[in-house]
Design a protein around this ligand. Structure first.
Ligand code: ATP
Length: 362
């Protein structure tokens, strides 16, 4: 189902703020989710993700700000549509099935259609979550992961306009998780559901989200497509949230910062400012030493710096090699695909891919 181009976003949060005991746990949070899109609230434990979700679900109320669904006000500080009338599906960590109802009855619970339509919907969803064989079972006879899949089917059954999910796939083992996650998302997209999903796992957010809302200390520090957050992080911490990082330090002089890897452009940063030059370990380039000679400087990779291997480790798909540079004694890690395990003390040359470097004032 594709929303008309001029349709208002399915879900809009405007300047939501919520404090507990004088501390702003959700601080001026704004975002919107169009129909059929997935937004992931991503951030470390305690940053306010679940509280944001609870405000939108209507089980908690913001101190200020507004929530709109399809452009219509659902909640501000004086007006509040109760949770059960928001057409919002919930899938929280502490979900509970009705113990006295069978699997099929649990999934059918929120359905209002006739018997045949309800039965078809239950069958469709049980197939999606691969639980058709357990149709007549009762919750106590199911594993934790199976119960979770039924809870997911139950939440999706009434075709909610918005689906709020708090780490909904965390209890599933990895192989099952990928399949169910992708199929659930495909179903919600087909039905035009806007999904707001809470996770603290960057890989999960990257895999699922159309839009990532990166949260820290109650605020959204950056929002955008996964590609943009990964390749143009707002600050050092945002960069570090998605992978290990290497950090070089320097001081700006004449809009340039000098390092053992050559000069980096730092336009608009005042002289004397300390900056951090950040690069992910997979974006270091390594070259062999030829009797003390290294590769020539290039615009793509800057100047090569001479370095020694400190330690090499095999990680499965890739190898991690730790270096220290001759000049400045800078510790740098490089990820190399496959098996590459040079012994400690090996002399090599390192370069930083200039298009993959981020420069942040400290
Ligand atoms: N009802 C409450 N009373 C007091 N403090 C609360 C309440 N609810 C949440 N908090 C506090 O607000 C902060 C944010 O909590 P929240 O559950 O939103 O974080 P989170 O990002 O979802 O974390 P996690 O990933 O661990 O679930 C925490 O420090 C928490 O202790």
């Amino acid at each position: 189902m594709i929303a008309p181009a001029n349709a208002p976003p399915r879900l809009t949060a405007e300047s939501l703020t919520r404090s507990f005991e004088g501390r702003r746990v959700v601080d001026d949070v704004s975002f919107s989710v169009p129909a059929g899109q997935v937004a992931c609230l991503l951030g470390p434990s305690g940053c306010g993700k679940s509280t944001t979700l609870r405000l939108i679900a209507g089980v908690d109320m913001q101190d200020s700000g507004r929530i709109l669904v399809d452009g219509k006000l659902v909640c501000d500080t004086t007006f509040r549509v109760p949770p059960e009338r928001r057409a919002i599906g919930l899938m929280f960590q502490d979900f509970a099935l009705f113990p006295h109802l069978s699997v099929a009855e649990n999934v059918a619970f929120g359905l209002t259609g006739g018997y045949a339509a309800n039965r078809a919907r239950v069958d469709e969803l049980l197939e999606r979550v691969r639980m058709t064989a357990h149709l007549g079972s009762y919750p106590h006879a199911l594993s934790g992961g199976e119960q979770q899949r039924i809870a997911l089917a139950r939440a999706l059954a009434p075709r909610p306009r918005i689906m709020l999910m708090d780490e909904p796939f965390s209890g599933l083992d990895e192989r099952l998780r990928d399949g169910i996650r992708d199929e659930t998302l495909a179903l919600m997209k087909e039905e035009g559901t806007a999904v707001l999903l809470v996770t603290h796992e960057p890989e999960e957010a990257m895999r699922m989200a159309d839009q990532i809302l990166l949260m820290r200390d109650g605020r959204i520090v950056q929002q955008g497509a996964p590609y943009n957050l990964y390749n143009a992080p707002a600050d050092r911490e945002a960069a570090a949230f998605f992978s290990d990082i290497n950090v070089l330090r320097g001081r700006v002089q004449g809009a340039l910062t000098d390092t053992p890897f050559g000069e980096f452009l730092t336009p608009g940063v005042p002289d004397g400012t300390e900056v951090e030059i950040v690069i992910r370990p997979q974006h270091l380039k390594i070259d062999f030493d030829r009797a003390g000679m290294g590769p020539a400087a290039t615009p793509e990779n800057g100047t090569a710096a001479h370095a020694s291997v400190v330690r090499s480790r095999f990680l499965g798909r890739e190898s991690l090699v730790e270096f220290v540079t001759d000049e400045g004694g800078i510790a740098l890690n490089a990820n190399v695909p496959g098996v590459f395990l040079p012994p400690a003390g090996t002399r090599m040359w390192l370069m930083l891919r200039r298009d993959r470097v981020f420069v942040f004032p400290r």
